[in-house]
Design a protein around this ligand. Structure first.
Ligand SMILES: O=C(O)CCC(=O)C(=O)O
Ligand SMILES: [Fe+2]
Length: 436
């Protein structure tokens, strides 16, 4: 059946304005609480973050509560950042970088230094080719922009690195100043410890044979992101969709131009409109706070009784901080570009260690609840071409036909990954999806 999209006459989400310093009474917090994701779907409201480097002047309590509410309920949120350190890109600028790179390669001259070109990908375990190209660079390669006049190609490399640093800056503001996460939990303070990655995407237009096929061509097949959080910038074409688990619909995430119309610019500065996604690693460490991978149904005496009690408590909680399943529908007329910044926890920490840090005192811990069924996390699927676990689930999956998560492939992977350094988990995942 064709997935149903966000209908144009669905109610528009409000923009919650960080400039309006509403008194932070409980009434106001309730009034601006993000709506539940149900059959009358309302997209999470856009949160405008103010300038400033600490919690008190970056984000008033209302905005912070709405962002926490969006991520807790939906696992994603639109945000507006009015004071980023560099300008938001234009579509032409990004297309120009791809054009010049492809031209230079045709001429046999240099590529883009630390920025790596990735051609069309086979994005699913079925091997479907995703009609796009991309450029990628790690944050650890983006420090200290060089001085002086750039050589041909270097200027584009610098531009991509600047995008990477700016999106990193936004990710750090969200984690540190807005969500008030402990330092070195979701993102490392030291860029040398960072596995974060920027990908610049160019999705080709795929002429639709309208009326002949209900299934859209996917520029990015459905998935969840593996890391701690992802920050996405997309152009005015749109195409990013998020799956609403309650209404079983794919929801269009509104593109820049549409949102721009109702979000007047109030101050000078580099204004970025982005989407934040909760990643699998974050969702797993935030979910079921008292139940790690070994807590469910194992028998080891009195310790086990304690664990089971806690686990039963966790079962009664609502799902919170889900990592949203999303995809990109290929455009049918106009090509599309996006910037996607994948944030990861510090490379040498384990999920177990990060959970301990959060348990040690995170202000928003009461928002924690139950995690998704393990089979819903792509981090816990075998995404290799031969791995059955790469197959898209139906959204209710637990990865095991008997419904026992522990016995499922996802359960086994979860136990294996829980104590591994993040860098080993990421290496394992790249090995799965590398199909050259
Ligand atoms: O291009 C986009 O907007 C999102 C792509 C994406 O979700 C991903 O690469 O993980
Ligand atoms: Fe993604």
């Amino acid at each position: 059946m064709a997935p149903e999209s966000y209908r144009k006459n669905d109610p528009e989400p409000p923009v919650v304005d960080g400039d309006k310093r509403l008194p932070s009474t409980e009434t106001n917090q309730q009034q601006f609480r993000a709506p539940e994701c149900n059959s009358t779907y309302r997209a999470p409201p856009c949160v405008r973050l103010l300038g400033g480097s600490d919690a008190s002047d970056c984000c008033d309590e209302t905005s912070r509560n709405v962002l926490v509410g969006n991520l807790r309920i939906h696992g994603w949120s639109p945000i507006v950042v009015p004071d980023a350190p560099s300008p938001s890109p234009s579509k032409e600028e990004i297309l120009g970088i791809f054009r010049r790179r492809n031209q230079r390669v045709g001429d046999g001259t240099n590529e883009l230094g630390d920025v790596v070109y990735v051609p069309s990908e086979s994005g699913s375990s079925e091997g479907t080719v995703e009609p796009k190209e991309s450029l990628e660079v790690g944050l650890s390669n983006c420090q200290d922009p060089p001085d002086g006049h750039p050589l041909p190609g270097e200027s584009d490399e610098r531009t991509v690195k600047t995008f990477c640093r700016t999106l990193s800056w936004i990710a750090h503001r969200v984690c540190g100043v807005v969500l008030e996460l402990p330092p070195d939990s979701f993102l490392p303070l030291d860029p040398g410890e960072s596995l974060d990655l920027l990908r610049v995407f160019h999705y080709y237009a795929v002429a639709g044979e309208e009326g002949t096929s209900p299934a859209p061509t996917l520029g990015s097949s459905e998935h969840t992101d593996w890391g701690s959080l992802t920050v996405v910038w997309q152009d005015a074409v749109g195409g990013l969709q998020t799956y609403c688990r309650s209404s079983h619909r794919w929801i269009d995430v509104r593109p820049e131009a549409e949102a721009e119309a109702e979000t007047p610019v109030r101050r000078k500065g580099h204004r970025w409109r982005c989407i934040v996604h909760v990643g699998d690693m974050a969702s797993l460490v935030l979910g079921s706070p008292h139940a790690g991978p070994t807590a469910a149904g194992e028998s080891n005496g009195s310790e086990n009784d304690k664990k089971n009690d806690k686990n039963n408590d966790a079962d009664a909680l609502p799902v919170s901080w889900p990592s949203p399943r999303h995809r990109v529908v290929s455009p049918s007329r106009e090509e599309r570009v996006s910037l996607v910044y994948f944030g990861y926890p510090p490379r040498s920490l384990s999920l177990d260690r990060i959970r301990a840090v959060l348990d040690g005192g995170w202000k928003h811990s009461p928002t924690r609840g139950r995690r998704l069924p393990l089979g819903d996390y792509y981090l816990l699927r075998n995404q290799s071409a031969t791995g059955a676990g790469g197959k898209a689930g139906d959204g209710n999956g637990d990865g095991n036909i008997n419904g026992n998560e522990d016995d499922s492939e996802a359960g086994r992977l979860f136990r294996k990954m829980w104590d591994l350094p993040i860098q080993d988990i990421v290496r394992l995942k790249w090995e799965q999806v590398n199909r050259d």
